[in-house]
Design a protein around this ligand. Structure first.
Ligand code: 5AD
Ligand code: SF4
Length: 490
């Protein structure tokens, strides 16, 4: 393991005839896989590294410190991890001072295997222990040793530790910000690796969450995405307020709305079990909460849902969506679905297709079941053959893509309020933004006319799978009153 200190290189730049030493900062490089929680964990790790004096680089070859922030939800990213580590161990062979860290869910679940397969890895850091990164970087390895040289403590892999300490954050957007509100998950879905990597639920202190959002609002952020593995379990573990009021997710939404009703509030991912009328009414009533719900369904069949231990039925799920659509006309609904779960029959799969046809999701993230160790289903036969999983997945994707296009086709012709996020990666002449319903909008224009963070009314000319191509109509000086969405038909 590398034990040398962080190399501070010096460079000499010739300026006005004088040689002036300019210290070159050591560079870090982070690769991120997986969900938005991981993306935000990377933002926090970047913030801590910059406070330590590092600066970011997009190229691993230039870095003194490389972090791979991993995901354990499916098998594919696992293969990617070891192929990337194969490249980084070669870099370390040329530069023994290079620090390599593996963070995220795989680091937590597979620390021993990673150590055995790639001994060049210096740091292992699970998602509950992000705040220990500076200590581990300064020490350059995961284990703290006692005076006899014995390993004593692995601060990066403590599944019982408090995950809530505040850390610096290097945000990747100046418009839209992620804010953690709850860590971990108390559900026991039989296919899911998350609880074994992120541990039990712990809600963040509400004042801390509200202070962070106040600061972001003061900095000019226009959109906040509240993060949690089961975001609407927020507050279940918190004490009541002094006036006896219960702190829950609905309470938090109201308190955020009070900071600035013109903010756009999103959240991911809620669990159907914790959707009650109070929460639905709150979402419907608050102007800041966007007209989009991402609610993972996983399967449209009750027997399959039971084996998955999802704790709801398809009827309960449909009830939530029907209620929501009644209260918020035009709301977009997106979901996650797994096909080929253990024991999934053709008729169970047909029920998932039927649920998608009936519910008509705006968009779905669809996956073939991937067995995970340390899960209940990981001990069951993975008995749906790979060809059948892939046939079912393709069938579902074809159906869902048709539905997504049809929905957007029906909405084309309307004017939407779009929050400008960036220049499109498709063309410099196009800008990229999102509607309140989280549809992507591409439209011709430049950042001088429509700066990042501005709200633009855009005519959706052409439907795409995930949104529209459109034409800017006018810049909105302030957000429009909610619920007039789409605004009107041309
Ligand atoms: N196999 C396939 N998909 C999975 N997901 C979670 N665990 C698995 C698994 N073992 C999917 C679920 C979840 C999304 C983030 O990933 O649909 O909502
Ligand atoms: Fe995994 Fe289920 Fe928890 Fe979601 S609710 S993180 S699927 S165990």
């Amino acid at each position: 393991m590398a034990t040398a200190s962080v190399p501070w290189k010096s460079t000499f730049i010739l300026r006005q005839g004088r040689r002036k030493p300019e210290p070159m900062k050591p560079k870090y490089h982070i690769q991120t896989y997986g969900c938005q929680m991981n993306v935000h964990d990377s933002e926090r790790m970047a913030g801590m590294l910059e406070e330590l004096g590092y600066e970011m680089t997009e190229t691993a070859e230039q870095a003194s410190l490389i972090l791979l922030n991993t995901c354990a939800v499916r098998e594919k990213p696992e293969h990617k991890l070891y192929s990337e580590l194969g490249i980084f161990r070669k870099l370390k062979a040329q530069n023994p001072d290079l620090i390599i860290g593996v963070t995220g869910c795989m680091a937590q679940r597979d620390a021993n295997e990673i150590r055995a397969r790639v001994p060049e890895v210096d740091i292992l850091l699970g998602p509950r222990n992000i705040h220990h990164l500076p200590r581990l970087v300064n020490q350059h390895k995961s284990t703290f040793t006692d005076k006899h040289g014995k390993s004593t403590f692995e601060p990066g892999l403590d599944l019982l530790s408090d995950p809530t300490p505040v850390t610096p954050v290097r945000r990747s957007s100046s418009v839209s910000a992620f804010v953690d509100i709850i860590f971990g998950c108390n559900f026991k879905c039989t296919y899911c690796a998350v609880p074994s990597a992120r541990g039990r639920e712990v809600s963040r202190n509400p004042q801390e969450v509200l202070d962070e959002i106040r600061q972001l609002n003061d900095l000019g952020y226009r959109e906040i995405t509240l993060l949690g593995q089961t975001v609407n379990a927020y507050g279940h573990d918190l004490e009541k307020l002094q006036d006896g009021a219960r702190i829950d997710f609905a309470w938090l939404l109201e308190a955020i709305n009070d900071i600035n009703p013109r903010l756009r509030i999103r959240f991911t991912s809620p669990h159907p079990m914790y959707f009650n009328n109070r929460l639905l009414d709150t979402i419907a009533a608050l102007p800041s909460v966007c007209e989009h719900l991402h609610l993972p369904l996983q399967s449209g069949d009750n027997d399959c849902l039971k084996r998955m231990k999802r704790t709801y039925t398809i009827e309960k799920y449909r009830g939530i969506i029907d209620n929501l659509r009644e209260k918020i006309p035009g709301v977009a609904v997106t979901t996650d679905i797994i096909v080929g779960f253990c024991g999934e029959t053709e008729s169970e799969f047909a029920n998932t297709l039927k649920a998608c046809r009936d519910i008509r999701f705006d968009l779905a993230f669809m996956f073939a079941y991937s067995p995970r160790h340390s899960t209940v289903a990981g001990t069951w036969p993975d008995d749906v053959a790979a060809e059948i999983k892939s046939r079912r997945l393709n069938e579902l994707i074809d159906l869902q893509n048709d539905i997504s296009r049809e929905i957007n086709y029906q909405l084309a012709g309307n004017i939407f309020e779009v929050l400008v996020e960036s220049i499109s990666d498709k063309s410099d002449a196009w800008l990229f933004g999102r509607t309140r319903s989280n549809k992507m909008m591409l439209f011709e224009g430049d950042l001088k006319t429509y700066p990042v963070g501005s709200l633009v009314r855009v005519h959706a000319r052409e439907a795409l799978l995930r949104g529209f191509q459109g034409d800017a109509v006018e810049v909105a000086s302030s957000p429009l009153p909610r619920r007039i969405m789409p605004l009107h038909v041309l």
